[in-house]
Design a protein around this ligand. Structure first.
Ligand code: PCA
Length: 324
């Protein structure tokens, strides 16, 4: 080697050592409004990872279904079109019943009960996600689910024939069993569906009703506390396996923080958004006893159906929860 090439080679090696590892940017599709607490917690998680890795891994969130719509997000991450994303897990119950473990009617009705169920079910759901080429990072419960209508409703008979927006298998099944007409609509399209009459009722949290300003179209919210579904954040398994240990540790640490922040924010958002519905002019009240009894009977049918489809693992989760 001549003197000059030796010098150049030496300089190149020195530059390679001094340069930080090539920075990566990951897009993170999310389905819900930017102002929703899930989206804000996701944005904080993204900042935590970006800062924690010194910019080595930058995560950029895309709320409101702007990059992929809600029903596309899981597949997009599985196939590596996006490396990370957030999705309502129970919307995938048709792929595996365990994804719907958080939507078994009236099994849990408060945040505390729900977290106990999730302590048992979460690791099993993470295994199912891994089979789908996804590494589970964290998840956060929505507030308890209640029913929205544009008239007073005191019984299941009052629901017959109403067009009902569903967001997963359980909500569609509930519509069938109450003789309503289910139509699957993502939250991002909910206001439009109500405005055009595609849907005239739905089950969800006060949070989603508030985010979508549904008082412009509907009049009644009945607190039923039917279940608390979860949004989960997951990473494409190949992308996850490609990260170094230090980056993985930062992500797990930020995920633990996001899970705790999300739970606190979801609890706070519950009362805030129910008040917001009232301020918007809606009647917000607990469903009457007669209606609750009828819904619980429907819930018992749905629970039985879920247990039959989920097999031994499902039974073990529910038994372990009931034994607590
Ligand atoms: N909001 C979401 C799912 C559950 C909830 O409270 C939605 O309506 O799409």
């Amino acid at each position: 080697m001549t003197k000059i090439t030796t010098l150049l080679a030496g300089t190149a090696i020195a530059a390679a050592v001094a340069a930080p590892a090539a920075a990566e940017k990951w897009d993170m599709p999310m389905a819900y409004a930017a102002s929703n607490f899930h989206s804000e917690v996701g944005a904080n998680f993204a900042t935590c990872v970006t800062e924690g890795t010194g910019g080595g891994l930058e995560i950029v969130t895309h709320p409101s279904g702007s990059l992929f719509s809600g029903n596309e997000i899981k597949r997009a991450v599985q196939t590596g079109q996006a490396n990370i994303g957030e999705r309502l897990l129970s919307a995938h119950q048709n792929e595996n019943p365990l994804y719907g473990v958080d939507s078994i009617p009236f099994l849990v009705s408060s945040f505390d009960e729900h977290e106990k169920l999730w302590d048992i079910a979460g690791p099993k759901v993470a295994e199912v996600l891994a089979e789908d080429n996804l590494h589970y990072l964290y998840s956060v419960a929505w507030p308890p689910q209640g029913l929205y209508f544009k008239k007073e409703v005191n019984s299941v008979a009052d629901m017959e024939g109403i067009k009902f927006r569903s967001y997963n298998t359980a909500t569609a099944r509930m519509a069938e069993l109450t003789k309503m007409l289910p139509v699957q609509v993502e939250a991002a399209e909910l206001s439009q569906a109500l405005a055009t009459g595609v849907a005239e009722s739905f089950i969800s949290s006060g949070a989603t009703g508030y985010d979508r300003k549904v008082w412009e179209h509907l009049t009644h919210f009945y607190e039923v506390d039917a279940w608390l579904p979860r949004n989960a954040v997951f990473v494409n398994m190949d992308a996850w396996n490609g990260l170094d240990d230090a980056t993985k540790a930062v992500m797990e640490d930020c995920a633990a923080k996001a899970k705790a922040e999300g739970l606190a924010r979801s609890k706070d958002y519950t009362a805030f958004t129910l008040n917001g519905l009232k301020e918007g002019g809606m009647t917000v009240q607990r469903a009457g006893d007669a209606l609750v009894d009828e819904l619980k009977a429907i819930g018992a049918t749905m629970t039985q159906e879920w247990l039959e489809s989920a097999g031994e693992v499902g039974r073990e989760i529910v038994d372990a929860y009931n034994a607590m």
